[in-house]
Design a protein around this ligand. Structure first.
Ligand code: GAR
Length: 186
């Protein structure tokens, strides 16, 4: 049976859309966003995916995570896929879904952790950056790596062209990595 998945996002949601439109053998039960202005919400409406807004600003850290956990239980979620979700989940939350939370990060970890992986790599001046898919553990961008791919930064690249190159790799790599995760779960 298809694995029940929740996708968590904070912003544009292009990876969310890409996953919904992929051939992955999953049942996307719900999109959860922490930001009521996230464009991902419009995508969920267009794609007919149920969505829930858990506004971080209306919650304490504790009640924010409790609300998300309630939604995950309600939808019998087995796998949590972070797609541009910009909030740090607590060790307590993560322990409830150990090895069941996957994250996409726009750099070659362990370099350029954090919220601005693309910009930080570009401004540092590295010639190679990339994309990483990893399990989420209690550290920040430290969990076991599932898949990784390099992206060359050329002299002619701007931050914008680099962002495009990274996203292109993300769309392919996240699907490949999720396929590996699903196979391992069988
Ligand atoms: C993606 O580039 C993803 O790697 C990044 O946010 C973007 C979301 O784009 N995630 C992180 O930086 C996590 N620290 P999207 O909303 O269009 O999918």
């Amino acid at each position: 049976m298809a694995t029940n998945v929740a996708i968590l996002a904070s912003g544009s949601g292009s990876n969310f859309q890409n996953i919904v439109q992929s051939d992955l053998d999953i049942s996307i039960k719900v999109l959860i966003v922490d930001n009521p202005h996230a464009y991902a919400i419009e995508r969920a409406k267009n794609l007919d995916v149920p969505y829930r807004i858990v506004d971080r600003k209306q919650h304490t850290k504790d009640s924010f995570e409790k609300e998300i956990l309630t939604i995950l239980k309600e939808y019998e979620v087995e796998l949590i896929v972070l797609a541009g979700f910009m909030k740090i989940l607590s060790p307590d939350f993560i322990s409830k879904y150990e090895d069941k939370i996957i994250n996409l990060h726009p750099s070659l970890l362990p370099s350029f952790k954090g919220r601005e992986g693309i910009k930080d790599a570009f401004e540092y001046g590295v010639k190679v950056t990339g994309v990483t898919v990893h399990y989420v553990d209690s550290g920040i961008d430290t969990g076991m790596i599932i898949a990784q791919e390099a992206v060359i930064i050329e002299d002619k690249d701007t931050l914008e062209t680099l962002e495009e190159k990274i996203h292109e790799v993300e769309y392919r790599l996240y699907i490949e990595a999720l396929k590996m995760v699903l196979e391992e779960r069988q």
